[in-house]
Design a protein around this ligand. Structure first.
Ligand SMILES: [Zn+2]
Length: 278
């Protein structure tokens, strides 16, 4: 499923829609949540900035003359969604379920499993957007999110650190690949209870989450299933940069001991028992 890096890569690849005038929003088969608005009411508005929060993309809409905010569209790629922006698109295929047609091109969501969604909201701070975003943890690249904040959050949790990272309510973005690799980078055993992690190790882990996610964005994300950005490029992280994820039995890049695979909360975790400590 698309994780934060893939969603950020998507955001950057559809940025050409900023400033475009909306001609129509055409919705296909039902998605995870309804649009919650009359699509024809969006015609004539301009697309403002495209922002990311967690794995959501927010396309702000503006009154063209005054530039006043007129709500926006919150998109989620679900399990299998991808967004493309192109000046020329063909007729929608069987898995194309939303087209935002503009005078600069069409933003098209392709989503075979239809767990994705496009939801209209009056603003990011009003429902339904506010409700959907309310349980998200901090943004990893938010510079106001300090190692002390991260450590304080860990102190209130007793579950294993790997599962806390995956839960996304402390910090967003560390999905399965990136959580495994960040814990390796920080030298922390994935089974360590959160509250046992001291301030220095918490600081190292936050830095590792930032490093790994930054590398993944630079590599165009990871392509475990069928992720493509808006230009059809696949991500390279898991082949080029992954440290321990998916490498059971292979040599640890640091000490050459074999990488182990365990299952935590029904998800595979990879780690080096020699380099990572509780
Ligand atoms: Zn090792």
């Amino acid at each position: 499923m698309p994780e934060l890096p893939e969603v950020e890569v998507t955001r950057r690849s559809v940025i050409g829609v900023v400033g475009a005038r909306v001609l129509a929003l055409r919705m296909g088969k039902p998605l995870r949540w309804p649009l919650g608005h009359d699509p024809s009411a969006l015609a004539g508005l301009r697309v403002g900035n495209v922002a990311r929060r967690g794995k959501y993309l927010w396309f702000a809409l503006l009154q063209p003359a005054s530039g006043e905010p007129r709500g926006g569209l919150l998109w989620h790629l679900g399990m299998s969604g991808s967004l493309g922006f192109s000046p020329e698109v063909g007729d929608p295929g069987p898995h194309d379920h939303a087209d935002l047609v503009t005078d600069q091109g069409t933003l098209r969501m392709t989503d075979p499993r239809r767990f994705g969604a496009v939801v209209w909201s009056p603003s990011l701070n009003a429902d339904p957007a506010a409700k959907l975003l309310s349980r998200l943890g901090r943004e990893p690249f938010d510079l106001d999110f300090t190692p002390a904040d991260f450590h304080a959050g860990l102190q209130t949790r007793r579950l294993p650190i790997k599962q806390a990272l995956l839960a996304g309510d402390l910090v967003v973005g560390a999905g399965n690949i990136y959580a495994s690799d960040a814990l390796f980078e920080a030298g922390i055993d994935p089974r360590t209870p959160c509250h046992r992690i001291g301030p220095q190790r918490a600081a190292r882990l936050l830095a590792a989450v930032r490093l790994v996610l930054g590398e993944a964005i630079a590599a165009g994300g990871s392509t475990l299933r069928d992720f493509r950005d808006a230009h059809g490029s696949t991500g390279q992280y898991q082949d080029a940069a992954a440290r321990v994820y998916g490498r059971e039995g292979q040599a640890c890049p640091r000490c050459q001991a074999p990488i182990r695979r365990i299952v935590q909360g029904q998800r595979a975790t990879y780690f080096c028992a020699h380099c990572q400590h509780r």
